[in-house]
Write a protein that binds this ligand. Structure first.
Ligand code: C5P
Length: 240
């Protein structure tokens, strides 16, 4: 497969066209950003760790019956993915209170959320990704009612699969963000990424933060901790 022009450059990944009109190449860069791009740093090896981590998680999800965008890993920092028409909303599920939920509602960090909370956010940097509800999504035509139902169903299916995967490796899946798109046939497919950049993970015993909050909160050892998460899960970091 031949890499062609850059299609889109995000805060941590670059998307390239390829000679196959149905496929794209995702490049995971070392750039790490927080607070709408106000804090940006290059963290050595992060692109490689996230690319391999994402491939591992997406393969687990595929095996459990979730349709994902990922096709194959082609280098330390690149994967081939299906071209999707992305839906411009973020689907967040929270099992434990943290982050913006704590700031917004004044609840205590660490409180178990039963049932888990589902939230939609609009992907719009200029507006700081505001929280929206189902009515905004349908009224503004970002997704149909049946796509909303499918996104919720899949996001909760992912929760069951990944909560157990992380629990078995001694971690709590606190919350995470997913993004979806549609393929040429209109099927809803899980896109973007699942890495410690887009979820919160705490050690089950000590509650040590093992995700991008280490970067946001200046806790240090960011990539070292991502590697610890990967090693606990059995992600092969040496090979492609
Ligand atoms: O910031 P907040 O608490 O709303 O984030 C909820 C979850 O979604 C966190 O795991 C965070 O890393 C993820 N997220 C993300 N990208 C965003 C916003 C949130 O990956 N733009």
């Amino acid at each position: 497969m031949q890499k062609r022009d850059e299609l889109y450059r995000g805060k941590a990944k670059t998307v390239y066209l390829t000679d196959d009109s149905d496929k794209l190449i995702l490049l995971f860069r070392n750039d790490t950003s927080a607070f709408d791009g106000e804090k940006i740093e290059q963290l050595d090896r992060k692109g490689e760790v996230n690319n391999k981590f994402n491939h591992f998680i997406m393969s687990k999800l595929e095996a459990a019956g979730v349709a994902t965008q990922v096709e194959s890993i082609i280098s330390d920092t690149e994967s081939v993915v299906k071209k999707l028409d992305m839906i411009p909303v973020e689907c967040v599920v929270r099992n434990v209170a943290a982050g913006s939920l704590v700031r917004r509602l004044g609840v205590e960090e660490g409180m178990d959320l039963n049932p888990p909370v589902f939230e939609f956010f609009l992907k719009n940097d200029a507006l700081h990704d505001p929280m929206i509800n189902d009515y905004h999504v349908t009224s503004f035509g970002w997704a149909t009612a049946s796509q909303i139902e499918a996104m919720k169903k899949t996001t909760f299916a992912v929760n069951s699969i990944l909560k157990k995967l992380f629990d078995d490796a001694g971690m709590i899946l606190v919350d995470y963000k997913l993004e979806f798109g549609t393929d040429a046939e209109g099927n809803l497919i899980l896109g973007d990424e699942f890495t410690p950049d887009g979820c919160r993970l705490w050690d089950k015993e000590t509650r040590k933060k093992m995700d991008k909050d280490r970067f946001r909160q200046g806790l240090g050892s960011v990539v070292e901790t991502y590697i610890e998460v990967a090693e606990r899960l059995g992600v092969a970091l040496d090979s492609v």
